[in-house]
Design a protein around this ligand. Structure first.
Ligand code: F6P
Length: 517
C-alpha cells in the first residue's frame, strides 16, 4: 500500500515550498469558499426519526488553511502515495496490514468489501441476531443487565455507542467494564442484579490480561450470589473462538469475527453485540447503514471531493507543515461525549508510528495527539488556550442540527450558537490596545453538522474517522493496522509479576515501594 518514495518526497518538498495564506486571505479570494469547501454525505433516514426521508451530515472545511495551491499539491501527494490503489486494496481484501500479512476487512462488516468477505460478515451478523433473539426469548433465563467486559477496541466502541444511543431507554441495561482496577467491576456489580445479569466477554485475542482477570471475577460474583450455572450466563465475542471454548464458553454462545478486523475497527462486528443488546438489532443495522454511506462516499469519490481524504489533507497540513502536535475534537452533544476517547485510540494506535511501510524512518511527524471534550463544558475549561495560548491546535466541532433533549428549544439553540461562535472566534480573533485582551485569530477549525445524532449518524462519524485515519496513513506511507508499540509494556508487566526481569534501578525501587516482587 505504499507509493513511490521519490515521488512522495518530491510532493512533500513542493508542499513545503508553497506560500502560506491566512484564513482571511482565503475567504477574501473566494466568495464561494464555504460552499466550495463543504462536503455532504447522505444516508436513508431512520424510520420515525426527526429528519426527512434522507438524512446526512455536512463537513465544512472552509475554516482550514487549505487553499487552491495546497489542495492541488496534496492531490499530487495522494497520487504519489498511490492513494487510489491503496483504497482499492483496502476494499478489495488486499494485504494492507503488511507487517502482519493481513487484509483489513472492517468495511465488509457493513457491506463494503469483496463478495466473500461481505457474505462471511452477513452470516456472522445473522448469527448475532439469532443469539440476541434467543436471549430476549429467555434462553439464558431472564436477562435485565449485561456486564460487557473488554478493553481498548473491545470496549471503547460499545461504550460510546451505548452511551450515545440509549438516552431514552435501554432494552437491556449494559455496563461496559474495561479497567483492571477492581473499582470498575465493583461499580458494575453494584448496578446489576446477579440473578438477571449476562456476562459478555469481548476480546479479539481472548488472552488480554485485564479482560480475562475481570471475566474470572465476574463469574465468581455470579457464583457467590447464588447463580447455579455462572458459565451458562457467559457469551464470548472474539476472533479466537477456540480460545473462548477452551476457557469454558459454550460454543453456541461464542460469536466470532474475522481475524482481519482490527480491534479498534471492530465495533461493527460481534464486538458490537452489547450495543445490539441495549438498542436492538434494527438500531444496530441503522448504525451499519450510516457507516456504509460513508464507505460508499470514500470509495467512489475522488481527490478533494472525498471528505475523509480532504480531512487527511488538513491533518497533514497542520502536523507536517505547521508543526501542530495535537488536534482537538469537541462534540457539542452530550451523546457524543465518549467520541474523543474513541478517536484517541483509533487515530493514535493506528498512526502513532515512526517507520514507513518499508521499515525506513518516517520523514516527518505522524499522528497528532488526539484530545477533546464536550461543548459547551470545554469552553469554560480549556478554550482559553485554544484562543490565546501559544499552541496552534486545529479543532473539530461536531454537532447535531436536531436536538436530543425535550426541554425548552433554547437549550439546543444556545448549544449550537456556541459551537458556531467558537469556530468564528478562533478564525476572526480580535485586536485590542491591551495585549492581554487581544486574540491572534487565524486559528483553524472544521465543523461537522449531522442532521440528527442517531444510530446512522454515529456509524457515519465512526466510518468517516476510520477512513480519515487510513488516508492519513497512506499520505505518510505508514501501516495503520498494526500496534506493536503496546507489547513491550505488557511483557515487562509479566516480568514484574514473575520477578524474573532485569529491571532498571528506578523500577526496582518503585517495585519495592509498591510491595511488588
Ligand atoms: O493492547 C492494545 C490492544 O491490543 C488493542 O489494540 C486492542 O483493542 C486491545 O488491546 C484489546 O485487545 P483484545 O480485544 O484482544 O482483548
Amino acid at each position: 500500500m505504499s507509493g513511490s518514495g521519490e515521488a512522495m518526497t518530491a510532493a512533500w518538498t513542493a508542499l513545503r515550498g508553497l506560500p502560506q495564506h491566512s484564513l482571511a486571505d482565503l475567504f477574501a479570494a473566494d466568495a464561494q469558499r464555504p460552499q466550495a469547501m463543504t462536503r455532504h454525505i447522505a444516508w436513508p433516514a431512520a424510520p420515525g426519526g426527526q429528519s426527512d426521508a434522507q438524512a446526512g451530515m455536512l463537513i465544512d472545511f472552509s475554516k482550514t488553511h487549505l487553499g487552491e495551491d495546497t489542495l492541488t499539491a496534496f492531490e499530487a501527494l495522494a497520487d504519489a502515495a498511490g492513494f487510489d490503489a491503496a483504497r482499492e486494496a483496502l476494499f478489495g481484501g488486499g494485504i494492507v496490514n503488511t507487517t502482519e500479512g493481513r487484509a483489513a476487512t472492517h468495511g465488509a462488516l457493513r457491506g463494503s468489501g469483496t463478495p466473500a468477505a461481505v457474505e462471511e460478515a452477513e452470516a456472522l451478523l445473522a448469527r448475532m441476531g439469532m443469539l440476541l433473539e434467543a436471549i430476549h426469548e429467555g434462553a439464558l433465563g431472564e436477562i435485565k443487565h449485561c456486564i460487557a467486559i473488554g478493553i481498548g477496541g473491545s470496549a471503547l466502541g460499545p461504550a460510546l455507542a451505548i452511551d450515545a444511543l440509549t438516552r431514552d431507554l435501554a432494552l437491556v441495561d449494559v455496563h461496559v467494564v474495561s479497567n483492571i482496577d477492581g473499582l470498575a467491576l465493583e461499580a458494575a456489580f453494584r448496578a446489576c442484579d446477579p440473578a438477571t445479569t449476562l456476562i459478555a466477554l469481548a476480546s479479539k485475542t481472548f488472552t488480554t490480561t485485564e479482560t480475562m482477570t475481570n471475566a474470572a471475577s465476574a463469574l465468581k460474583w455470579l457464583a457467590d450470589n447464588g447463580v447455579e450455572d455462572p458459565g451458562g450466563r457467559v457469551i464470548a465475542l472474539t476472533a479466537a473462538p477456540e480460545k473462548a471454548v477452551e476457557w469454558g464458553v459454550d460454543e453456541t454462545r461464542v460469536l466470532p469475527f474475522p481475524e482481519s478486523v482490527g480491534g479498534r475497527y471492530s465495533l461493527f462486528s460481534s464486538i458490537g453485540f452489547p450495543v445490539a443488546l441495549a438498542v436492538g438489532m434494527d438500531e444496530f443495522a441503522h448504525m451499519l447503514a450510516g457507516a456504509k454511506a460513508v464507505d460508499d462516499h470514500f470509495r467512489d469519490t475522488n481527490a478533494r471531493a472525498n471528505a475523509p481524504l480532504l480531512a487527511a489533507f488538513a491533518d497533514q497540513y497542520y502536523t507536517r507543515l505547521k508543526g501542530c502536535q495535537t488536534r482537538a475534537v469537541f462534540a457539542y452533544d452530550e451523546r457524543l461525549k465518549l467520541l474523543p476517547d474513541y478517536l484517541q485510540q483509533l487515530e493514535m494506535e493506528s498512526n502513532g508510528k515512526s517507520v514507513t511501510q518499508g521499515g525506513a524512518p518516517v520523514d516527518g511527524p505522524t499522528a497528532a495527539v488526539t484530545w477533546g471534550g464536550v461543548g459547551t463544558d470545554a469552553q469554560h475549561a480549556v478554550f482559553q488556550l485554544l484562543h490565546q495560548g501559544t499552541h496552534l491546535i486545529p479543532v473539530d466541532f461536531i454537532a447535531s442540527i436536531a436536538p436530543g433533549d425535550d426541554l425548552d428549544p433554547a437549550h439546543h439553540r444556545i448549544l449550537l450558537m456556541n459551537c458556531l461562535a467558537q469556530g468564528a472566534a478562533l478564525m476572526a480573533g480580535k485586536t485590542s490596545d491591551d495585549p492581554a485582551r487581544a486574540y491572534p485569530g487565524d486559528r483553524p477549525s472544521t465543523t461537522f453538522l449531522v442532521d440528527d445524532c442517531d444510530a446512522a449518524a454515529l456509524g457515519a462519524l465512526i466510518a468517516f474517522h476510520e477512513h480519515r485515519t487510513f488516508a492519513n496513513a497512506v499520505l505518510m506511507g505508514i501501516n495503520p493496522f498494526d500496534q506493536f508499540g503496546v507489547e513491550l509494556g505488557k511483557a515487562i508487566a509479566k516480568q514484574i509479576e514473575s520477578g524474573e526481569g532485569d529491571f532498571d534501578a528506578s523500577t526496582k525501587a518503585l517495585m519495592a515501594a509498591a510491595g511488588l516482587g
